[in-house]
Design a protein around this ligand. Sequence first.
Ligand code: IPM
Ligand code: MN
Length: 368
Amino acid sequence: MKLNVAILPGDGVGPEVTKEAEKILNLVAEKFGHKLDSSTGLIGGSAIDETGTALPDNTLDICRKSDAILFGAVGGPKWDSASANTRPEDGILAIRKELGLFANIRPVKAYDSLTHSSPLKEERLSGVDMVIVRELTGGLYFAEPKKRWTDKSGRQAVDTLLYSEEEIFRIMNVAFELATTRKLKVTSVDKFNVLETGRLWREVANEVSSNYPNIHLEHMLVDNAAMQLVRAPANFDVIVSENTFGDILSDEASVLTGSMGMLPSASLSGSIGDSSALHTASLYEPIHGSAPDIQGMGVANPIAAILSVAMMVRYSFGLQQEANAIELAVQSTLDHQYRTPDLATDNSVVVSTSEMGNQIASRINNDN
Ligand code: IPM
Ligand code: MN
């Protein structure tokens, strides 16, 4: 099979972890007889430095011509000035919007061998296996008005929380479809008691739920959800939420697994496995961001990026065996106590970013 992939390393630790992910993608292609055709594009702060824009036309072109996109991270203090009119983050936000990638899938699974790296007690972690389905192209991130101005009361700013029923319907469908392949439960997160959008969100969730009699729908206020995620995380199966809530809750949930450096994600334009949704490339990225404080030190955890490749080959190319091989190799590497510093505990073998990539690669080569 031909794997036509765009690679966008970006800023901070993005290039370091993407390099390891690319190593794994190359290896899997070679081992299983696929032809990898990859092109690299600029995005984020490094693109601003070179071209003046966070998403150059050429990068968008490369993405449109590819079947899948592997993205690293964007951002850093160098580009953080409040007055800047272009920000690195605009690059990833624009790709999501341009390609219609409205469904962000963030699986959170606790690995047995990492329970000591998690800030939560071991007994709370047992059975943690959830997926956060985050709406990705609406809400506070995109709706207008979105601006800043000064008048006689001083500086003011506005962001708009707007959702159409259509936007809520389609993300609910993704969540319910996903739940049919899992533990048959959807937790819809909103702020129903205060926000109009929360009330519409809940209404549409109930409507979609009537098409899925086998799925148990539960509604949860976002503040309560933040608490339940640390109190009883194993109770969740599929969580569906609007853009900003999903951003916050997925960072919170990521530390259950021991480190943010563990969590991959997929951004899709439809349900998982819905081939009509593959008319645009899907995008795969670690959720951790650019981590400028550890940039260039060789200590970033590449596992989230590597697991993003597993999601890519499974969802965009339908390659189950290849995805399993990557996931098993990650698990086996962790079982052998190899850890980047973010996960290290007393008896760990602490390794660098590239050594972690090599350990995982060697296990794919040797069938674990
Ligand atoms: C994420 C990131 C992005 C977001 C940033 C980099 C714009 O935090 O993917 O979660 O807020 O969506
Ligand atoms: Mn985030």
